[in-house]
Write a protein that binds this ligand. Structure first.
Ligand code: G3P
Length: 203
């Protein structure tokens, strides 16, 4: 049953929602636009807040479904090692999707969905840090990197430090930093992409 759970977690995580939206609704290859990432931030950048938030919700939902309904359907113990492995597998599916030649997104939203189920208080606190940093810098990447650092700290401070969730938070944080290496390079060069909080002319 564990193998089936992990396989389904990978396949669910691997659905490239941002890419599919851009390709089939807008007729655009998102990999050729903005940062080239297939995540919600780049959808927002290319098509505005509505599509960006819709893709964000879908990517969060992928993670939450794996550790919520899918886990209970397959009788995976909540908060155990298999549930943590399922969460990690879903994020790996998003980051290295078989549907796009093993290239994918950066896993922030899907990690968020997984962790909202496994460690909700710490995830909400992390989202507050994320929001403050993004508002201040207009760089979603800066918020993601800061959130990845804050997350394990919050798990520890807020008492959600069961070993599977805590180890998972460290792995996901490491993965977020790894996937943001191009963003870090652009930040250091002063050329990182930003987002706008104003309304787009065409919205
Ligand atoms: O979640 C991804 C975000 O942190 C950065 O996205 O498109 O600016 O590389 P992007």
């Amino acid at each position: 049953m564990t193998a089936i759970y992990l396989a389904l977690a990978y396949l669910l995580g691997a659905i490239p929602t941002g890419y599919l939206f851009a390709r089939f609704v807008k007729g655009v290859d998102l990999r050729q636009v903005g940062s080239g990432n297939i995540g919600a931030t780049n959808v927002l950048r290319a098509f505005g807040w509505g599509p960006g938030l819709a893709v964000l919700a879908a990517d969060v939902a992928k993670g939450a479904l794996v550790d919520g309904p899918l886990a209970s359907w397959l009788s995976v113990a909540p908060g155990g090692w298999v549930a943590a492995a399922g969460g990690l597998t879903a994020v790996l599916g998003h980051d290295y999707t078989v549907f796009l030649g093993m290239r994918g997104g950066k896993g922030v939203a899907t990690s968020c969905g997984v962790l909202l189920v496994l460690a909700p208080r710490s995830t909400l606190a992390t989202l507050a840090v994320f929001a403050v940093i993004v508002r201040a810098t207009r760089m979603v990447s800066a918020g993601s990197l800061a959130g990845a650092l804050a997350l394990p700290l919050f798990l520890w401070l807020l008492g959600e430090r069961a070993a599977p969730a805590f180890c998972l938070s460290l792995l996901l944080a490491g993965l977020v930093w790894l996937k943001h290496i191009p963003n870090i390079r652009r930040m250091l060069a002063g050329t990182e992409n930003t987002i706008s909080f104003g309304k787009r002319r065409d919205e």
